[in-house]
Structure formats: C-alpha cells, structure tokens
Ligand binder design. Structure first.
Ligand code: NAG
Ligand code: NAG
Length: 285
C-alpha cells in the first residue's frame, strides 16, 4: 500500500485502516460484505452501465439520477443511498491475506471448500456470479476487470490511464446510521467539479472478501463532482456525482432517460454513487 502512486481522497482511511494484526489471520474474518445488504443494494444492479437490472422507475434504488443543471446550491431532491451495515466490509484486504486463495471459475469448488460454503448455498451462487462478472471478456473499446487489492485496483487504472499516471480514488462518504431512510430529500450545500475525461467507475461485488469490478468505455468522456448534501434527518454526505457525457451507446429504454426526461445521446446522465462504489481518475501532472 505504501506505493506513491495512489493518492486516495477523503476516504483514504477506509483503505488503510485495516489493522496489520487483522491481516495476518485475515482468513478468519472473511465474510461476504454485500450479502448483508438488503435486496435494493445497488451492488446487485450496477454491473453494467448502471442499473441494467433496475428498470422499474418506482424502485427506490433508481432515485440516484440527475443532470448537471440540477447542481444548484439550495436545491432539494430525493436521493437513494443504501444502508451499509458494516462499513469495514468494503476495505480491501492486504495482498498477503488473499493471494493464496484461488480466484477463478475453474477453481470454484476449491474456493467453496476454502470458505466452507456448500455448493448450493446462496453464498456459492454469489461467488459464482461475481467470478463470472470478473471473467467476462471486454467488448470493443472497453476495459474491464476485477480488483481484490488496492494494488491491483491502481494497476487496472494505470493500464488504462498510462503506467506513470498518479491515480486518485474517490468514493462517497459512508452512511452507517441504521435510522437513515433509504430515500430522503437532500439539500445541496455545495459542489465542485473534480475531474473531466477518463474516469473509471468500480462497483463492490458480493464475495467473501472485498472485490471491485471496474469497467471503462474508451473515449467516453465523464465528469465527476463532489456534492455536499444535507439529508432531511440532518445527516451530512460528501457524495460522488458521476456524469456520463456520451449516452449515445446506452439502451434507449434505460430507466435514467425516463426519469430525467431526456433521450439517449442527447444529454448527459449523472448519478450519485453509493459509498460501496468508487471512481478512479488521473491526477493532473
Ligand atoms: C443517527 O441518526 C439520528 C437521527 O436520525 C441522530 O440523532 C444520530 O446522531 C445519528 N447517529 C450518527 C452516528 O450519525
Ligand atoms: C421531498 O420533498 C417533497 C417536496 O417538499 C415532498 O413532496 C416529498 O414527499 C419529499 N420526499 C421524501 C422522500 O421525503
């Protein structure tokens, strides 16, 4: 973790706060992080260009979309942030804790044996699905892959952005208050543009230890903003707001177009990121 290339932003703590002592017996504390989340967890719905499986405009989990012109200080809008029971479950494990465990569909039986999951358990299904997502071949002009450590996450970014790039990692602050409603009105207190251009989003996938699936459309311009929000319950969120500037390749029936009343290719689509997702982008030299 001590390499000088990765400079995490305001939630750096998330990545580095795993005590070294925990790492040495890391396998004992392995768990399926996203499995404790309720069914609306966006980690189930955001594998592709976000929300492929969330097509229902009445699903609270789709209350995340907005346009750049919606960023107005004082404006209030309903936003969905999933409840995260165990914030630590999204911290990467040190390489030493997981490097001896296989990570491929071919070795899934060995993985299940290692974690003592029966092959027909819900956990086994999640493991299979995550491995399948991680092993999917990239489409044309696309890069995709999974990272199981902070190092491999940064390597994935540098593979796209250039090997000498300094990479910034940004995620929304965590909401861990169980009394937080899933959807509530938030007021924009402030916002600022953070980066434009190549921005790589990654989503946490259910697995016995943290696994992030990242995908990137080459040449697809994005913008990322930090938006400071105050919930109706008083809670403050530093959120990551990601805008896809070119939506011409999106499915015309994508729920975002219906919710924002715009057409594919004619408008950007932005969304607030849950705290278990992240974005990576180059730090300007
Ligand atoms: C949780 O929310 C309640 C009210 O909704 C608030 O009083 C309390 O301070 C919050 N706790 C944390 C840790 O944010
Ligand atoms: C948000 O505020 C609007 C306008 O005051 C209100 O109609 C709506 O019910 C509120 N939504 C939530 C989720 O509180």
């Amino acid at each position: 973790m001590g390499n000088g290339f990765v400079s995490c932003s305001f939630l750096l703590l998330l990545f580095v706060s795993l005590a070294p002592g925990e790492a040495s017996n890391g396998v004992d504390v392995l768990r399926l992080p996203s499995m404790g989340l309720d069914d609306h967890s966006s980690s189930d719905g955001q594998h592709e260009s976000l929300a492929v499986s969330m097509d229902d405009p009445n699903d609270p989990a789709v209350q995340v979309f907005a346009l750049i012109k919606d960023l107005v200080v004082g404006k209030t809008m309903p936003i969905y942030f999933p409840y995260i029971k165990d914030p630590t479950s999204f911290q990467f494990f040190p390489k030493e804790a997981t490097q001896h465990i296989p990570f491929s569909s071919e070795e899934v039986l060995e993985i299940l044996r290692f974690f003592s999951f029966s092959p027909d358990s819900k956990q086994a299904l999640a493991i299979r699905q995550t491995l399948e997502i991680c092993e999917k071949e990239p489409k044309e002009n696309e890069a995709r892959g999974c990272a199981t450590t902070l190092e491999s996450l940064a390597d994935f970014a540098r593979g796209i952005l250039g090997s000498d790039t300094r990479v910034q990692i940004l995620r929304s602050s965590l909401l861990s208050n169980s009394s937080t409603p899933l959807v509530q009105n938030y007021t924009i207190l402030d916002f600022k543009g953070i980066a434009t251009g190549d921005i790589i989003p990654c989503h946490s996938e259910p697995y016995p230890y943290p696994v992030y699936y990242c995908h990137f459309q080459l040449g697809a311009d994005s913008k990322v903003f930090k938006v400071y929000l105050r919930g109706d319950n008083g809670e403050l969120v530093e959120s990551v707001f990601l805008c896809h500037m070119d939506t011409s390749t999106w499915r015309p029936g994508h729920v975002a177009f219906r919710l924002l009343d715009v057409k594919a290719g004619e408008s950007e689509v932005c969304h607030f990121l849950a705290a278990h997702d992240l974005v990576m982008f180059p730090i300007p030299k």
